[in-house]
Design a protein around this ligand. Structure first.
Ligand code: ADP
Length: 255
């Protein structure tokens, strides 16, 4: 059976195509049109796997743009897809922390990999990838370079929770000559504290996995491990967990 999972996120659209022999994956910026991003992924992945569109047996869409994908046979929530994807990679995990572009979530799983509780922040940019993107821009760098540039020894604590005020705070610190590396470490700490507080509400049970695009940032991982006092497992393709789960869940549709 050949299935496709599409995770149409606020920042990035991810697709995983599963054939009996292979896995193909692709990422495109979501841009202004979730629908166009979905179509681009279908085109790219069918081309790479040398398939016709009709060769795909079932498509599941997830992510904030999941309802905008007419090609999908079913839309399934991110929580369910992330749990499915992660459990297939790391079945021992009991808590998943996922930080994406527009939200952060913590999911607790039972021994069978089913979600038994979750907490989510999708009301405020603080504690999300968007917060880090805005701050990277203020610091004149790309979000992917934050991790290598941080200097935890010189951490400057960032007190503002609100993204707009935190931006002003950073500008003020830069004017006072504070080091960029210290400020980045402070930003990582600020995101980690916020997410750790959310995780504490439902309780963190190990082993714990860290997923989402922000899990690519080793500085956030370091700061979260320090806050939670547990090691975090990061799957290699941490940004594709939801799309993988969607592709796996699609298998039950075509049967
Ligand atoms: P969404 O599903 O909401 O689009 P993702 O899980 O795809 O979110 O994560 C997007 C976020 O991941 C971005 O906002 C950015 O902060 C972060 N990110 C993406 N690529 C990298 C990278 N190479 N290094 C560090 N952070 C990254």
């Amino acid at each position: 059976m050949i299935t496709l999972g599409l995770d149409i996120g606020s920042v990035a659209a991810k697709g995983v195509l599963l054939t009996p022999e292979a896995k193909w994956q692709a990422l495109v910026p979501t841009g202004w049109s979730p629908r166009a991003a979905g179509q681009q992924l279908i085109e790219t992945l069918t081309k790479e796997a040398r398939l016709e569109r009709s060769g795909i047996d079932a498509i599941v869409a997830t992510g904030y743009g999941r309802i905008s994908i007419p090609e999908a046979d079913k839309a399934i929530t991110e929580i369910t897809c992330h749990a499915k994807g992660l459990s297939s990679l790391l079945p021992q995990v009991r808590t998943i922390i996922d930080i994406g572009g527009q939200d952060s979530k913590v999911m607790r799983l039972n021994d069978g990999g089913r979600v038994i509780d979750f907490a989510m922040n999708d009301k405020c940019a603080a504690g999300t990838g968007r917060f880090l993107q805005v701050m990277a821009q203020v610091l004149g760098m790309d979000v992917s370079d934050l991790s290598d540039a941080e200097d935890p020894e010189a951490t400057v604590s960032i007190n503002s929770m609100c993204t707009v005020f935190a931006e002003s705070e950073i500008i003020g610190h830069l004017a006072q000559g504070k080091s960029r590396g210290g400020l980045i470490a402070g930003l990582h700490e600020s995101v980690a504290k916020r997410v750790a507080a959310m995780a504490a509400r439902i309780g963190v049970v190990g082993p714990v996995a860290f997923t989402g695009g922000v899990a690519k940032n080793r500085g956030i991982r370091r700061a979260l491990e320090a806050e939670l006092k547990v090691p975090l497992l990061c799957p290699e393709d941490c940004q594709f967990t939801g799309a993988l789960g969607a592709a796996l869940l699609a298998r039950s549709l075509g049967q």
